[in-house]
Design a protein around this ligand. Structure first.
Ligand SMILES: *Cc1c(COP(=O)(O)O)cnc(C)c1O
Ligand SMILES: [Zn+2]
Length: 404
């Protein structure tokens, strides 16, 4: 197990606290797949319950006694027959990451990231966040007995997420700036050794998140979907899930790979633009804006990894506007009973748009990932809803009201 630079190939010890290679490249955790292959089989995996730690053999942990867990992962993969029928599709699934302990997939990354902090003996952890990263880190650091510092873009964090970060006891600092600016600031603190950084530039976080890919295979009885569609913000998750699929193929758990399709909001779509314009690098969006605050990011740190995931898997990249996002959020709730936050609904909005554009074959087996719980952003949900009918306590009036 080693940390390796994706650009120049330089290797670093797993215990080195470093977020980028000296050359500036992103780091990645590499394993000895031959020894993993000898140790695990589809059957042996299933001796542990479904969740992040079922895949311990694929994770960068030296001392399992140091694991910090709130029982993350093991989220449902719903077969969505109502929605599929509506869209004229054959086989559609939703992997609902809102079912994690703090309500988003970030918990998968944090159980591994905070375990790493534990193994390193670090006392203070921190992150910049559009909301969910801070909620998750605050919870896991509370469980680990560590101090937690979070930087948030002022006024742009959904209410549920802010409540979580404060309530789990983190030191919450709002800046007069956006997420990208908050990330630069907290990274400076990390380089000054004031805290251990747990944004997705930290490759250990992505190791936890790659288990979404493992679980999808596991839940489909190792029948790989044709395409996986998910929202893209800082671009860690799409990179992580792609890494998971590749590692399952490398260790012969699966025999092919899905296409990875990334969806961004119209007002924050540097990756979509780079893919469509055939660029090798993104051009950052200076003023990202969208109702989907979890993906309101203009300069995704994992862009290089995400561009590789989309291009080398043969996937697509598309943007959706706020209206399409809210429509999809409602549709998913009202056809399948799955309530997700706006950013998460962009995967569904993207699916619908790509179908309408004729870019998705309706006979394919498709998995949309919904990244966070709808309760995270009650303001957005209430704004998009019809208000309750108010009546007096009178049976006659009530009988009339239900007929309306
Ligand atoms: C963090 C987050 C995203 C974006 O994930 P990235 O790894 O930053 O691309 C999308 N949706 C929700 C709900 C999130 O919390
Ligand atoms: Zn390098």
């Amino acid at each position: 197990m080693i940390q390796k630079c994706r650009v120049c190939g330089k290797e670093y010890d797993v215990d080195a606290i470093i977020y980028n290679c000296e050359c500036g490249g992103l780091l990645e955790i590499k394993y000895d797949f031959e020894s993993i292959k000898e140790k695990v089989s589809k059957e042996s995996l299933r001796e542990r319950e479904l969740g992040v730690w079922r895949y311990l053999d694929y994770l960068p942990v030296k001392d399992p006694a140091k694991i910090v867990s709130l029982h993350e992962g093991g989220t449902p993969l719903y077969k969505c027959e109502n929605l599929a029928k509506k869209l004229g599709m054959k086989e559609l699934y939703v992997k609902n990451e809102g079912a994690n302990p703090t309500g988003s997939f970030k918990d998968r990354g944090m159980t591994v990231g905070v375990t790493r902090a534990n193994e390193l003996g670090v006392e203070v952890v921190g992150c910049a966040s559009t909301g969910n990263t801070s909620a998750s880190l605050a919870a896991y650091s509370a469980r680990a007995g560590k101090k937690c510092i979070v930087l948030l873009p002022g006024g742009k964090v959904a209410l549920g997420k802010l409540a979580q970060a404060m309530f789990y006891g983190a030191k919450v600092i709002q800046i007069n700036g956006n997420f990208d600016e908050a990330l630069v600031m907290v990274k400076n603190l990390a380089l000054e050794n004031k805290l251990y950084l747990l944004n997705s530039v930290n490759p250990f976080r992505l190791e936890g998140q790659k288990t979404i890919g493992f679980e999808i295979c596991d839940q489909l009885d190792f029948e790989v979907p044709d395409m996986v569609i998910l929202p893209v913000g800082n671009a860690g998750n799409i990179s992580a899930i792609w890494k998971g699929f590749k590692e399952f193929k490398e260790t012969e758990m699966i025999d092919r790979l899905p296409k990875m399709t990334g969806i961004q909001a119209e007002g924050a779509q540097p990756i979509v633009k780079a893919i469509k314009e055939g660029l090798d690098e993104i051009v950052p969006d200076e003023n990202p804006e969208t109702i989907a605050t979890a993906i309101r990011i203009g300069n995704p740190v994992n862009a290089a990894k995400a561009l590789d995931a989309i291009k080398s898997s043969g996937g697509l990249a598309e943007s959706v506007n706020d209206e399409e996002i809210i429509e999809a959020q409602k549709l998913l709730a009202q056809t399948e009973g799955i309530f997700v936050e706006p950013a998460s609904a962009s995967s569904i909005a993207g699916l619908i748009k790509l179908i309408n554009m004729g870019l998705i074959d309706k006979d394919q087996k498709i998995v949309c990932i919904t990244t966070g719980n709808g309760l995270k952003d009650p303001d957005a949900a209430i704004k998009a809803s019809k208000m309750p009918t108010e009546i007096e306590c009178d049976m006659e009036v009530l009988r009339k009201a239900i007929e309306e």
